[in-house]
Design a protein around this ligand. Structure first.
Ligand code: 6R9
Length: 654
């Protein structure tokens, strides 16, 4: 986040008191904070008991070997049973679980009874392919109901899913499959995006070339595009399901049985496989989904716009809403296809009551103007949520006014892939809202803003966001790399009582409300997606034309941050292309290596990079250039003229 937006955040004084009408009917009140403060572990135990346990737990938290926590460890449950069978047995089988709308306009509404039947069948089909407890299954799919069915079928078997976002390249997919040693891949022929079919199966084929741990690939027919076929390895989803038994009894698994791995960017080039387990994860997903979104499962229609390839899709499309028996909308495509009002049309059509989306989407709608949403009836909306990056107060107020009709609370929810579920958020109908602030820890979670030396900041002041006590949905590790887990998240404050270090800067105001200020490390946040500067730099230097590369996240009106790269072309290649061609080739190269979301917005060809005497690239200075600011202190540079040369060159090109 740039200095400008931090300043505007901290001078924001608008306040929105809870609407009495909302407060009268809310599902969670201030007493939750009191309950949790009086007995934190007892509070989480109560929330966990809202789930169905095959074997009830006795112990709540085992923190005898920090930072490796165990929650509800002597209990057993089945995550899929909690999301499905339980609701059918309670008489809610006819309630719609998912209203799904495809990008081309096809749609399906699936009840809890139907979804349960589909998952049972899929569990049998996967078991027949050899998937059992602890096995890894990679899921590389569009946002279609089969993706949810596949995730829940894996969970039902006590196996572990690793969902890979459908926009990732074959190389990224291969790295994730290899790291987890997946046995099965579930994919589709293709999916719809911006009015066209994009291939998925073909990317899986490329990712699996050569040696692989993968024994089978199950393919859903969605795009209707042609696919190559490897006999003996590949199976059509429909055929596998047709052959599978209908009945499947959900077995209880230990609460600490792994549920999924989800890869996320860190400060080094290699993505980390964040590991989540079952009982604690489901407890906090369900509790926060219920409280933060004021869920009335019998009447609400919830819509979280995230792709299932991100953690928000895991916790607030799949596990939270389904554990709570909610009715939700799932949409396959992009917001502007076939017209820029598509989201608002969907809200009108399905009478969506709760919308959960990202600031980058809100800002792009703001740019298009209020006339577009105003053409639709959005009066069903009664609550709005935001996630993924800091929301600037202007976007927050626009969201409330234009989308929410001026009287709809907005909850800004801070959390991470690693935290598994919401950690900081207002409670609607309880908290007086401040646009731009994520506000307070949810009941049962303890957050401290610390200085580098581990002391607490004196409000109003800024520091590093940390979590003081273990929480149920916390990550349990980095797949295959316990040292990286300790080093990345715990080492920094291990002498201050094992506090979890989130990597975010935050300010705390006089009232104790938290204002997130963005990442403090080399992780960028582009449209709410985490990208590592190092990962993109290594993709760039992986191109034979490139000698050196430096990548920074520059602030961007729409996407929050944008990828900006500074590249030195090898002397031997300079004559091969003109500048424009180099830029196009390298942008395409990054998209190919990582995925289209990582494609740099700008690439500047330079002949030097600013480095300290110890050889560290000074990204701070490059960010100044990329954001068009005066260049900061250059005195620690080995060669102080470098920045002048770079900025002269950029100005000449502009
Ligand atoms: C859920 C999710 C996590 C990073 C996190 C922070 C940023 C997320 C935010 C927010 C300010 C919010 N972030 N929500 N920053 N306000 N409400 O996004 O997970 O993809 O792992 O990203 O996103 O920087 O550290 P993930």
């Amino acid at each position: 986040m740039s200095q400008n937006s931090i300043d505007s955040l901290l001078t924001e004084t608008r306040r929105f008191a809870p609407d009495p009408g909302f407060a009268d009917a809310r599902v969670a009140g201030p007493e939750l904070y009191e309950r949790a403060a009086a007995d934190r572990l007892g509070y989480w135990a109560e929330r966990a008991r809202e789930l169905h346990w095959h074997k009830p737990f006795e112990t709540v938290l085992d923190w005898s070997e920090p930072p490796f926590a165990k929650w509800f460890a002597d209990g057993q449950l089945n995550v899929a049973y909690n999301c499905l069978d339980r609701h059918v047995l309670a008489g809610n089988g006819d309630r719609v679980a998912i209203h799904w709308e495809g990008e081309p306009g096809d749609s399906r509404s699936i009840t809890y009874a139907e979804l349960t039947a589909d998952v049972k069948r899929a569990a049998n089909a996967f078991a027949a392919l050899g998937v059992g407890e602890g096995d890894r299954v990679a899921i590389y799919m569009p946002v279609i109901p089969e993706a949810v069915v596949a995730m829940l079928a894996v969970a039902r078997l006590g196996a572990i899913h690793s969902v890979v976002f459908g926009g990732f390249s074959a190389d990224s997919l291969r790295a994730r499959i290899e790291d987890a040693e997946a046995k099965l891949v579930v994919t589709a022929d293709g999916g719809y995006r911006k009015g066209k079919v994009f291939p998925l199966k073909a990317t899986v084929d490329t990712a699996l070339e050569g040696e692989t741990s993968v024994e089978h690939v199950v393919v859903v027919k969605r795009g209707g595009n042609e696919v190559a076929w490897t006999a003996g390895r590949d199976l059509w989803w429909d055929e596998a399901m047709a052959d599978a038994d209908l009945d499947h009894e959900a077995k209880g698994f230990d609460a600490e049985n792994p549920l999924f791995i989800l890869y996320t960017s860190g400060t080094t080039g290699k993505p980390k496989g964040i590991l989540h387990t079952s009982g604690g994860y489901l407890t906090q997903c369900a509790a926060t989904h219920h409280d933060v979104f004021d869920l009335h499962p019998e009447s609400d229609v919830f819509w979280c716009t995230a792709d299932i390839g991100w953690v928000t899709g895991h916790s607030y499309v799949v596990y939270g809403p389904l554990a709570n028996g909610a009715t939700q909308l799932m949409y396959e495509g992009t917001p502007d296809t076939p017209h820029p009002g598509r989201w608002w049309e969907l809200i009108e059509k399905y009478k969506v009551t709760i919308l959960y989306t990202a600031p980058t989407a809100i800002r792009s709608f703001m740019k298009l103007g209020r006339q577009i949403p105003q053409k639709f009836d959005l009066s069903s909306l009664r609550l709005l949520g935001s996630v993924g990056e800091p929301i600037n107060p202007e976007a927050w107020v626009w969201y409330r006014d234009v989308i929410g009709g001026g009287d709809t609370p907005v909850v800004d929810t801070w959390w991470q892939t690693e935290t598994g579920a919401i950690m900081v958020s207002a409670l609607p109908g309880v908290t007086t809202l401040k646009p731009g602030s994520a506000q307070v820890p949810v009941p049962g979670v303890k957050i401290d803003i610390l200085l580098d030396d581990g002391t607490r900041v004196d409000p109003p002041n800024g520091g590093l966001l940390t979590v003081r006590e273990p929480w149920p949905s916390m990550l349990r590790g980095v797949w295959g790399d316990p040292e990286r887990f300790v080093e990345t998240y715990w080492e920094k404050f291990r002498d201050h009582g094992w506090r979890y270090f989130a990597g975010d800067g935050a300010h705390v105001d006089e009232d104790g409300d938290i204002w997130l200020l963005g990442r403090i490390d080399d992780v960028m946040n582009v449209s709410g997606h985490r990208l590592s500067t190092t990962e993109i730099e290594s993709a760039l230097v992986g191109n034979p034309m490139v000698a050196e590369a430096a990548v920074v996240g520059a602030s961007d009106d729409t996407t929050g941050q944008a990828v900006v790269a500074f590249v030195i072309i090898k002397e031997s290649h300079r004559a091969a292309h003109d500048d424009e061609e180099f830029v196009q080739l390298l942008r395409a190269h990054v998209a190919q290596a990582i995925g289209a979301i990582a494609r740099p917005r700008d690439i500047y060809l330079v002949t030097e990079l600013p480095k300290t005497r110890s050889g560290k690239i000074m990204r701070r200075l490059l960010r100044d250039v990329a954001e068009g600011r005066a260049i900061g202190d250059t005195t620690t540079l080995a060669d102080t003229s470098v920045m002048q040369i770079i900025s002269d060159k950029l100005r000449a090109g502009a």
